[in-house]
Design a protein around this ligand. Structure first.
Ligand SMILES: Nc1ncnc2c1ncn2[C@@H]1O[C@H](COP(=O)(O)OP(=O)(O)OP(=O)(O)O)[C@@H](O)[C@H]1O
Ligand SMILES: [Mg+2]
Length: 239
């Protein structure tokens, strides 16, 4: 067995072990969650001071349990090995779909969404659902960086054998000494961030033989450039 095979076996084993551990934690956590909900309902009718204090504490515990559940779900999504299901896709349509999803919240935060699509992009083969997840993660970050409003610009264009997606924001930007960290697992500067959004996006894009790069200036904004080859794979390709 080569050294590379051994290492990949070890990493597969750790993936399975980690995913198993997460499942083991999820079940008791769900039981805690359900029971906290029941206690909460009982306490709702208790108007005494003690009852109200307990109610507040239970709510705090529930919030933390929800956060743990979110962390575990994100981890499972990240750790899951994806068998990509390539099909003919229109990248502009995929982006429209993602933008439809984020628009209500963007409007609430006074974010203007500007679109500039190349309508002559060649057909490409992607796993649409998985790619949607990657784009959503990048777009959500852009949105979260502009809590006081700004502009989100999404542009598509062709460059040689690649379809390019440029996602730019006018948000708070990323300091130069942090830029190398943003694709690292669990790196997050947000209060409730898991730090799995960008590593997941990067992995999905690389699974399509693509690349993601970033350029950012503090106080000016960030630009993520995603490049995906027209025909990233032939496995499982649907007509
Ligand atoms: N568009 C952006 N503008 C400014 N900072 C960004 C942007 N995108 C990513 N970052 C920085 O990179 C970090 C990692 O991003 P990532 O999406 O992986 O995790 P997260 O957003 O913190 O949490 P989550 O797992 O919920 O996505 C962010 O916490 C933030 O500091
Ligand atoms: Mg994120």
């Amino acid at each position: 067995m080569t050294k590379k095979n051994k290492e990949s076996d070890k990493s597969n084993y750790l993936d399975i072990l980690a995913a198993g551990l997460v499942h083991e934690i999820k079940n008791p956590l769900n039981a805690i969650s359900v029971n906290l909900q029941l206690i909460n309902e009982d306490l709702q009718t208790n108007t005494s001071n003690v009852g109200q204090n307990m109610f507040n504490r239970v709510q705090l515990l529930q919030k933390e349990v929800f956060r743990l559940q979110d962390i575990l779900s994100d981890f499972l999504r990240f750790a899951k090995k994806h068998e990509l299901d390539f099909e003919k896709c229109n990248i502009n349509e995929i982006i429209e779909n993602v933008l439809d999803f984020v628009t209500p919240e963007a409007l609430q935060s006074s974010i203007r969404i500007l679109k500039n699509y190349d309508s002559h992009l060649p057909t490409c083969y992607l796993d649409c659902n998985v790619m949607k997840q990657a784009l959503l993660n990048v777009i959500l970050n852009a949105q979260q960086s502009m809590s006081e409003g700004g502009e989100l610009t999404v542009r598509t264009f062709k460059n040689k054998k690649y379809i390019c997606i440029d996602i730019s924001d006018t948000g708070y930007g990323i300091p130069p000494d942090k830029i190398d960290k943003i694709f690292q697992v669990y790196y997050s500067t947000k209060k409730t961030g898991t730090g799995l959004g960008l590593p997941t996006a990067k992995r999905i894009i690389e699974d399509h033989n693509g690349t993601i790069s970033v350029h950012s200036e503090v106080g000016i904004g960030s630009r993520f450039l995603i490049q995906i080859p027209f025909n990233p794979g032939t496995k499982n390709k649907k007509k």
